[in-house]
Design a protein around this ligand. Structure first.
Ligand SMILES: Cc1cc2nc3c(=O)[nH]c(=O)nc-3n(C[C@H](O)[C@H](O)[C@H](O)COP(=O)(O)OP(=O)(O)OC[C@H]3O[C@@H](n4cnc5c(N)ncnc54)[C@H](O)[C@@H]3O)c2cc1C
Length: 507
């Protein structure tokens, strides 16, 4: 009989338990032994509450029941992110999970809208988006299966308690045969001929040996950096925010199905509504604000009493030079970090896992697989970086040193090309790899007042009156569909996804 392949996951945060769950699901009964080491003494980063729609497919692949998952993680539904004060002070827009309007005349909907906008006969683009109007009114329902209805044309994600999600997945992983070891890794031995990791030793002397190591040890990067010295590409030049302070508080008001990101003078503040509390944090650049001042600004703007002391976090934006190096794959914060402005970290964990599953080295580690993995993950990170940077540079603000810094910045070529194509005629360059599709770019660019100088000339071939009639109809159908949608709190109860621990906020 063939020897089982041994996989050792170091770390039991969101990254560690997502990886363990997925691998145990995919390789159960296929001769793969999975051990996960985590240290209660070290703990987890303790933030990471807002997600992207793709996480639904991750849970579905594991066979997780949505209602159970939502109850156990105090989750709410998320239709997008509201950005306040980014383009100019007083501006607000929602980046929705879904398309605007419906496809018409073989063209992107926003091109037709741009044409009518020139005639002054349309309202904001947001009025043609079901998820935006539903989010603004605090309403939610699962997308309809009927693709001919307006209420089918969107996606949704979750806002959840990340520590409860890790616990939830731990139960899943252990039931699937993952062996969990509590302890702190203090020594990593390298193999003298391959240079890869040979074994790790815990504080109590226990030694663990594996064929493949997955480093989910968080910012420490215990294996990928401390042991293998892989190196880090520092992206602070483009995304210089380097600290955050976070504090949960009691929830107030209507349970809203979206995350809010409010721009501040030296960074931005998040608000994430969960069933049992609201998560808050201020991400900032310490060059322009002190830790005390950032903490004060956060704590003085909470909507209800704080439920914990503020927690300080330090980070450097960037990515590991190689995500996969020798026999170590870094997933999660050990692989890199991009600020949580668009809730992308958990998604990048998911990308890391999906790519690893596709290239899983059951037959031994091959350099071509490593190359492919690093190439794909590198592009994923780079594209997210550009999208985040777009929020900072598409601004008319100049009321603080931080905003002036961004106004005078030289952009990465990849982002500059994208902006040029947009400004010329409202076209969004498309990628093969990268999480954000054209509607997301349209949302942020128009939301932050980057209006193209021209639109697709084919839009002029359509009779103005007919086009106007079509857009008016979509707008009124969108509004009607939203009016028929329940408030999120009512939907959670009805759907059976409301946590039993605390009553939901009344609207
Ligand atoms: C301010 C901030 C806000 C964020 N918000 C979001 C968000 O809204 N959405 C989103 O998608 N992501 C967000 N993230 C990112 C998200 O928190 C992480 O991607 C996610 O939690 C995964 O973390 P991790 O598992 O890689 O690391 P961690 O949670 O730090 O876990 C590391 C694990 O490794 C273990 N460990 C470390 N060293 C050792 C050792 N020597 N021996 C044994 N065990 C060890 C620890 O005990 C722990 O179990 C945010 C991050 C920050 C900093």
């Amino acid at each position: 009989m063939q020897k089982p392949m041994k996989v050792c996951i170091l770390g039991g945060g969101t990254a560690g338990w997502m990886t363990a769950s997925a691998l145990s699901n995919k390789y159960k009964g296929l001769g793969v032994e999975i051990t996960l080491i985590e240290s209660d003494q070290i703990g987890t980063v303790g933030v990471g509450e807002a997600t992207l729609p793709h996480i639904r497919f991750f849970n579905e692949t594991l066979g997780i029941d949505e209602r159970t998952f939502m109850k156990e993680t105090e989750a709410t539904f998320k239709l997008g992110i509201e950005f306040c004060d980014w383009g100019a002070l007083g501006d607000r827009y929602i980046h929705p999970f879904g398309d605007y309007g419906v496809p018409l005349h073989g063209m992107d909907f926003h091109q037709l809208w741009l044409r009518l906008k020139n005639h002054g006969t349309v309202t904001r683009l947001d009025d043609y988006s079901y998820p935006i109007i539903a989010a603004e009114q605090g309403r939610f329902q699962i997308p309809s299966g009927d693709v001919n209805t307006i209420g089918s044309n969107f996606g949704y994600a979750y806002q959840f308690d990340s520590s409860l999600y890790a616990k939830f997945l731990r139960r899943y992983g252990e039931q699937n045969g993952v062996i969990r070891i509590e302890g702190k890794v203090v020594v990593t031995a390298l193999n003298p001929s391959t240079g890869g990791v040979e074994s790790v030793t815990l504080e109590n002397g226990k030694q663990i040996q594996a064929d493949l190591y997955i480093d989910c040890s968080g910012f420490r990067g215990v294996l990928i950096e401390q042991a293998l010295e892989t190196g880090y590409d520092d992206w602070s030049e483009w995304l210089p925010c380097n600290r955050a302070v976070a504090a949960p508080c009691e929830a107030r008001g209507q349970l809203l199905p979206f995350t809010r990101a409010t721009a501040r003078q030296a960074g931005w503040q998040w608000r994430i509504p969960l069933q049992h509390r609201t998560g808050n944090g201020y991400v900032y650049w310490n060059e322009f604000i002190s830790d005390d001042e950032a903490t004060h600004q956060l704590m003085s703007t909470l909507e209800g009493p704080a439920l914990a002391d503020p927690k300080q976090l330090f980070f450097k934006t960037g990515r590991r030079k190689k995500f996969w190096n020798k026999n170590v794959v870094s997933i999660g914060l050990s692989g890199g970090f991009l600020e949580p402005l668009e809730s992308t970290s958990i998604h990048l964990i998911q990308e890391g896992i999906t790519t690893l599953v596709e290239l899983f080295p059951s037959e031994g580690i091959h350099p071509l697989d490593i190359e492919e993995y690093n190439e794909r993950m590198g592009l994923n990170f780079e594209r997210v970086r550009d999208f985040l940077l777009l929020h900072y540079i598409a601004t008319q603000r100049d009321d603080s040193d931080m905003w002036r810094y961004f106004r005078n910045m030289t952009l990465p070529d990849s982002l500059q090309e994208k902006l040029d194509a947009w400004m010329r005629r409202g076209y969004v360059l498309q990628y093969e790899i990268g999480v954000f599709l054209p509607p997301s770019w349209v949302a942020v660019m128009l939301g932050q007042n980057l209006v193209p100088t021209a639109y697709d000339p084919r839009a002029d071939a359509i009779a103005q009156e007919a086009l106007q009639g079509q857009l008016d109809q979509i707008k009124s159908q969108t509004l009607q569909a939203v009016h028929a949608t329940p408030e999120q709190s009512e939907f959670l109860q009805r759907y059976g996804a409301a946590s039993q621990t605390r009553p939901l906020m009344a609207s």
